[in-house]
Write a protein that binds this ligand. Structure first.
Ligand SMILES: Nc1ncnc2c1ncn2[C@@H]1O[C@H](COP(=O)(O)OP(=O)(O)O)[C@@H](O)[C@H]1O
Ligand SMILES: N[C@@H](CCOP(=O)(O)O)C(=O)O
Length: 317
């Protein structure tokens, strides 16, 4: 269920008067997604997606997210482009929620990506990093301060073994050994946030979605988030998918020696971040927040498996 705030055709027609897109011809709620209310909207002059932002998204950051998506779209990244209103504004309000209209992108997400789809995702992530490199951005909202604060809040709520794992991982993460290349990162490019067109052997990316955790961060952290989700095989990393992901990323933005050395730790940091957020959604749901809880244990398993890999630097085939 992903329409948390409904929109009637009458409300939509009034809201669309601020745009130069003609009258609405279709309005359909989108079932996928777990955080915001999304609708396919057709008008006399195009196909769009309407998003009503729910409480899980930091409203103060919405202007940044929309400006970032506009910037990336202008630089050839296939992300939703916010449609400007006649007066140039990108963000409005509909039914009591902040709301925006975006270009509708083609394709569908895949649950079991092929090696070619992993390669396409790696190349797209690198292109995103290059296109956003100099875009002014606040730190992404799930960085080390959030990790420390969330871990402190959760520790008393966890079984002893999990609390010990958390404390040990925080101690092991410590301070970064070297500054890594950084810029705008997506920070949540899971499989459900990428649309593909074409078949699994010759894929083309139709869309990169859901920039609502984006901000400034280490590029390698973003790549580790993708690897943990796209290449996971019941906790382990599947080389058949990981190798093309990394090779395609490296071909578009070569990884530095410092990044190759930092890879094992970033895989763990990325696993820890999603273990914590899923634990937080499970143990501390926010009143009025609509986010769907995903299984924290999946990321506990991934964290344990990445810890077992050791500290050897990444070697690209
Ligand atoms: N611009 C877009 N073009 C096409 N489909 C979109 C677009 N934006 C969202 N969608 C569809 O809506 C679904 C939910 O979007 P998403 O941003 O992941 O929502 P949520 O923030 O609620 O998780 C996506 O899986 C996709 O099917
Ligand atoms: N990808 C995260 C959840 C974030 O939700 P999203 O639908 O906004 O991407 C997870 O799997 O924990």
């Amino acid at each position: 269920m992903s329409v948390f705030t409904s929109v009637s055709r009458e409300q939509l027609a009034v809201w669309l008067e601020a745009y130069d897109l003609g009258a609405p011809t279709a309005l359909v709620g989108i079932a996928e997604g777990v955080q915001n209310s999304n609708f396919f909207v057709d008008t006399e002059r195009g196909r769009h997606v309407l998003t009503l932002f729910e409480r899980g998204v930091d409203a103060a950051l919405l202007p940044f997210y929309l400006d970032l998506m506009a910037h990336l779209a202008q630089h050839g990244i296939p992300c939703p482009a916010p449609r400007p209103m006649r007066d140039g504004r990108l963000l409005g309000e509909l039914n009591g929620r902040p709301a925006a209209l975006f270009s509708r992108l083609a394709g569908a997400s895949v649950l079991r990506p092929t090696p070619a789809q992993c390669a396409a995702a790696g190349a797209a992530l690198a292109r995103l990093h290059l296109a956003g490199r100099d875009f002014p951005a606040p730190p992404h909202p799930r960085g080390s301060d959030w990790v420390a604060a969330t871990a402190a809040r959760l520790r008393p709520l966890l079984p002893a073994a999990d609390a010990a794992l958390l404390a040990d991982e925080l101690a092991a993460q410590g301070a970064p050994a070297a500054a890594l290349p950084a810029g705008v990162i997506h920070a949540d490019l899971f499989r459900d946030n990428v649309l593909f067109v074409g078949d699994g052997d010759a894929p083309r990316i139709g869309g990169l979605l859901d920039f609502y955790f984006a901000g400034r961060g280490d590029f390698l952290f973003d790549l580790a988030i993708v690897a943990n989700d796209w290449c996971d095989d019941d906790g382990g990393l599947d080389a058949i998918r990981l190798q093309p992901l990394l090779a395609a990323y490296h071909a578009a933005r070569p990884l530095t020696a410092a990044e190759l050395a930092a890879w094992p730790r970033q895989l763990r940091a990325a696993a820890l971040r999603f273990w914590l957020s899923r634990l937080e959604d499970f143990h501390c749901p926010q009143p009025g927040e609509t986010v769907t809880v995903r299984d924290p244990d999946a990321y506990r398993r991934i964290l344990l498996a990445r810890r077992a890999l050791g500290d050897a630097p990444l070697r690209l085939a």
